[in-house]
Design a protein around this ligand. Sequence first.
Ligand SMILES: [Fe+2]
Length: 236
Amino acid sequence: MTSVRDIIRAPHWSTDIPLDSPHLRLDVLAERGFVILTDQDPPVPDEEFRSLEYMDWKSGGDTHFAPVATADGELDCRGFWKPGDERPDKNGRFTSNAARCPTLVAHVEGVGANFGRVRVIQLEPQDYEQALRSIHRDDNNRFNPDGEGWVVRQWIELTDTPGAFMILMEQGPDGLPDPATEVHVPLYRGARFVVDTQRLWHVVCNPSATTRFALISSFESGPALDRWIRANLPAV
Ligand SMILES: [Fe+2]
């Protein structure tokens, strides 16, 4: 089987994204950097995400994004980092897409935490090796003031794509993904999870023939997000 080390070599832009910082982090993510939650039940109706306005924006493969919340409410995937108007990935404002997806909006607001960018990703199928070429870490906390909550990301899987999974790896001491730490999160309609995508290298493998859709929301770590995660952990 292909190893990430056959594909990702130094220098890589993700290596330079900070891992350590004085931001507030959640204990529930400390051990593994991700947590799987109970499923979304009932699942989000298809028309909510299929009717949105999508934009051509490449991240982690052949992707399109439908912005649901952005820095200023405009349909713009750059949003928070416009030159001259840089903002942390928080205090998101709903876009014109929001009126078409009330269940998604209710979910985001129901978490009760400060949210930043919220968007539906549309990702074309890619096999394991193709996916590894796009593995990366996110720069979620750029412009986030020291001492405030560390921004992490939450997923709701909106479609069934048989055999699909998210690949997660810790960063090794050399600044590249460490294959000894590789974990696969199964993706199916209704799956929900939170990932510290600035800490973990990540990408999705979708070997099915089906285009995948998922809601990705940025949330600020703090008591509200902690409460919501703990309220949605599966029974042991
Ligand atoms: Fe990412």
